[in-house]
Design a protein around this ligand. Structure first.
Ligand SMILES: NC(=O)c1ccc[n+]([C@@H]2O[C@H](COP(=O)([O-])OP(=O)(O)OC[C@H]3O[C@@H](n4cnc5c(N)ncnc54)[C@H](O)[C@@H]3O)[C@@H](O)[C@H]2O)c1
Ligand SMILES: *[C@@H]1O[C@H](CO)[C@@H](O)[C@H](O)[C@H]1NC(C)=O
Ligand SMILES: *[C@@H]1O[C@H](CO)[C@@H](O)[C@H](O)[C@H]1NC(C)=O
Length: 345
């Protein structure tokens, strides 16, 4: 019997998430071979030598790694600011690309990257939104699709991280784009996933009518200087009339809470994603899907359009919070932002 073909992947970035990804790529993906890893963070080499197979090659430079490691695909797990240039580099070198969210904190850059991905349809491109790969969210999706909840009219999410006494995310806030962009993008995506936001539209380009957001610096006053908050509330009215509401926070003292309520006319379904087991499970499932999509030419659960639509809504919510105004969307489907204020922090 011939050995089944495995997808040769190079991993760029061995930080907190990158290290989890490396172990999964090396030991828990029967259809993937981790051929190389690239890191710039001090100490990563010791971790890699102790934890990864000896066959993995190491590179300090991402371009060298993508060109010379023999990889057919790349997983980008680096700091957010490097995602867009690394995605473009991978696509230009003819590699299939999977990248952690978000593509960029800047909408124009996001649109440019997605245009490049669309113009290379022979290359697979995946930005996985992890909740779509979690079994409890998938079970709720089945109930939505088989209509056992009736007509879905709203989704309500809560995602509150444990309070971090080191305040790491305060300095991180300067580059993260703010709580709605960094954290809220997952809630926005899962809302879009359940609310059938592309059907029943008078204008197919316009999926959203308006958003409004509010926020507080309840514990971390310093966030104000970055135009950020530690508790934020966002409301999104989709053009099909459906509504998403989200409470995002970073200040829970007794653990971490993540909960999604899918509101249907016959029943509600409440998904409690309060589990690190499910989080790791989603990091296995998205890689399995990515490798199958390349090896068997199968479709992906998250498309470039999903990434772009979620980024537009996240940017609009962050703007709404910063400027204290609702944000409407135009007929091209873009949020109407006064550009002079859009990036003011
Ligand atoms: N659920 C999710 O989807 C999820 C969860 C956590 C993190 N993330 C995303 O994953 C990314 C990584 O997060 P993290 O917590 O592991 O960050 P981290 O800061 O722990 O690690 C970042 C890594 O990037 C590397 N790096 C920095 N600049 C580089 C460059 N120019 N070239 C190559 N490598 C470079 C660093 O050496 C480090 O290994 C972030 O974009 C984050 O938003 C997504
Ligand atoms: C709908 O899907 C759910 C979840 O898989 C299942 O439990 C339920 O029996 C299904 N209902 C119908 C009517 O098919
Ligand atoms: C949520 O997770 C915490 C810590 O892992 C646990 O102590 C708590 O019981 C969980 N809550 C629920 C509702 O599952």
């Amino acid at each position: 019997m011939s050995t089944p073909r495995r997808l040769k992947i190079a991993l760029i970035g061995l930080g907190r998430l990158g290290a989890i990804r490396a172990s999964i790529l090396a030991f828990q993906q029967p259809r993937i071979e981790l051929v190389a890893a690239c890191y710039t963070k001090p100490g990563s080499d010791e971790w890699a030598a102790a934890n990864l197979p000896p066959s993995v090659k190491y590179y300090a430079d991402p371009e060298d790694c993508m060109k010379n490691s023999g990889a057919e695909a790349v997983l980008i797990s680096t700091v957010t600011a490097t995602h867009a240039p690394l995605i473009c580099m991978g696509l230009d070198l003819g590699l299939h690309v999977m990248c952690e969210k978000p593509i960029s904190v800047d909408l124009i850059t996001t649109a440019e990257v997605l245009a490049k991905a669309r113009s290379n349809p022979h290359l697979k491109f995946l930005v996985p939104f992890c909740r779509r790969y979690d079994d409890s969210y998938r079970a709720a999706k089945e109930m939505v699709e088989n209509r056992s909840l009736g007509e879905i009219h709203a989704v309500q999410t809560t995602c509150i991280d444990q309070q971090d006494p080191t305040g790491f995310f305060i300095s991180f806030s300067a580059q993260s784009g703010g709580i709605f962009v960094d954290m809220g993008v997952h809630d926005i995506d899962i809302g879009r996933y359940y609310l059938d936001v592309t059907s029943g539209l008078a204008n197919p380009k316009k999926q959203v009518n308006r958003v409004v957001a509010m926020g507080q610096q309840a514990v971390y006053g310093e966030l104000a200087k970055y135009g950020d908050c530690d508790n934020g509330w966002g409301m999104v009215e989709f053009a099909n009339g459906k509504v998403l509401t989200s409470h995002l926070g970073r200040t829970l003292t007794n653990g971490f809470e993540s909960c999604t309520r899918v509101c249907g006319t016959k029943a509600h379904s409440v998904i409690n994603g309060n589990s690190t087991i499910n989080r790791v499970e989603s990091f296995l499932n998205d890689l399995a899907e990515f490798s199958a999509s390349v090896l068997d030419d199968k479709p992906l659960t998250c498309t470039p359009d999903d990434a772009y639509e979620a980024a537009k809504i996240a940017t609009a919510l962050q703007y709404s919070f910063r400027n204290g105004v609702p944000v409407y969307f135009d007929d091209e489907g873009l949020p109407i932002l006064e550009t002079s204020k859009a990036n003011v922090v």
